[in-house]
Design a protein around this ligand. Structure first.
Ligand code: FES
Ligand SMILES: [Fe+2]
Length: 396
């Protein structure tokens, strides 16, 4: 199979702003005056958030070729446990087999294309049974039985195995990649799991305490954009602003992920803490955003699944140590903060921005960046947009 061109990020290694980056790899004519320098570049042109053709290109170049977060090992802890999802607008299923191996497949029957499983749960039957004509698949994806096929000429069950998808584990998190020959996760996302586990060492053993869904009327990138910067916090999140120091303690930028560490002045109600406690945030290509609030053992994972050019399905998975899920008042405080404050405030913002991007009164703005990478810096926003352009350029 022909490999796609090597990404500018892979070519340049860890240093994003590097003289080897080539503007000619970015799509001409569409990027407007966007440049590689976040200090002076205008932002991504608004058509990247509104144009159906660009959205279709993104499906192929980004969502169907990248390692996309889908869940956690605890979601498929036992053989027969499964979940379904939509990645790059494709229906997928992830299931643990009788041999304890976790696998991912397209959630599509190989007879006539009916979807196989819905939602999540644990199979009570010995395999995956299609609801249409009852073809039965083993948990490793091979076809075990197909009713009335004994008299069908040249019918070979081995030809109808479910279509597999690449699956990777990292610090307990599960990622799939629809590319038939993807770069290994460990290479593409080098250092990500180690960084996460260095701050949350037990996260691979945590469980999802709460899973929230929000249908948002905004392009998936608007929501990621909003997560990527703290510039809006004093205005849009007055309560958060009261407890967060305006200081970037640490900023790590890697080809496919970033990490920010801030610190707290005080805790939210129910999350009492020592002033100076760390507040962590991660962003990973293409649409994974994570934060860990101080004062509790938690990891809040946001995943923005595109759902048309002007809509996305945000999923929020709140992780906590096993056994604490129901009762820990601190966890309930994290959930309530998220449900009733952060996300409500952010959803109103991103839906307004989407309407503005669709307006004829806006095209490109500016990244608010300084060379000190101050707490308000939008450098991570530029990092994200550069990857969008790079992926589209690699698609050709
Ligand atoms: S489509 Fe699945 S058995 Fe016919
Ligand atoms: Fe926000």
């Amino acid at each position: 199979m022909e490999r796609r061109p090597v990404s500018i990020f892979r070519r340049t290694g860890e240093q994003i702003m590097n003289e080897h980056m080539r503007m000619d790899r970015l799509p001409r004519g569409e990027r407007g005056a966007f440049t590689l320098d976040p200090m002076t570049s205008p932002t991504l042109p608004s058509r990247y958030y509104t144009d159906e053709r660009i959205y279709r290109d993104e499906m192929r170049a980004i969502h169907q070729r990248s390692w996309c977060y889908v869940g956690h090992a605890s979601d498929i802890a036992e053989p027969g446990m499964y979940f379904t999802d939509t990645v790059g607008e494709q229906p997928i299923l992830v299931i643990r087999g009788g041999d304890s191996v976790a696998r991912a497949f397209y959630n599509v029957c190989q007879h006539r294309g009916h979807e196989l499983l819905k939602g999540r749960g644990r199979l009570k039957t010995r395999g995956i049974s299609c609801p249409y004509h009852a073809w039965l698949y083993r948990l490793d994806g091979t076809l075990a039985a197909a009713p009335m096929t004994e008299a069908v000429e040249r019918f070979d069950k081995t030809q109808f195995t479910l279509k597999p998808i690449a699956l990777a584990h990292a610090a307990g998190l599960l990622f799939v990649n629809l590319d038939p020959a993807p770069l290994p996760f460990e290479e593409e996302m080098a250092g990500f799991a180690a960084n996460l586990e260095s701050f949350l060492p037990d996260v691979s053993r945590w469980v999802v305490a709460e899973r929230l869904h929000f249908d948002i009327k905004a392009n998936w990138k608007v929501v990621v954009d909003n997560f990527s910067e703290a510039y809006h916090i004093p205005i849009a999140h007055p309560q958060l602003s009261k407890v967060l120091e305006q200081e970037m303690v640490e900023f790590v930028e890697r080809p496919r992920w970033t990490f920010n560490r801030f610190k707290s002045k005080a805790g939210f109600p129910g999350l009492e803490l020592v002033p100076g406690s760390p507040y962590y945030a991660w962003q990973a290509w293409p649409h994974l955003c994570m934060l860990s609030l101080p004062g509790s053992s938690n990891l809040v994972v946001l995943r923005m699944a595109p759902n048309g050019v002007a809509a996305c399905a945000e999923r929020v998975d709140i992780y906590t140590p096993a056994g604490k899920a129901e009762s820990d008042p601190k966890l309930l405080a994290v959930r309530d903060l998220f449900m009733h404050m952060f996300n409500i405030e952010d959803i109103a913002i991103v839906e307004s921005v989407q309407r503005g991007l669709q307006s004829r009164g806006f095209d490109q703005g500016r990244y608010i960046c300084d060379r000190a990478t101050s707490w308000f810096s939008e450098i991570q926003l530029h990092w994200f947009h550069l990857q969008v352009l790079d992926a589209l350029a690699a698609e050709g």
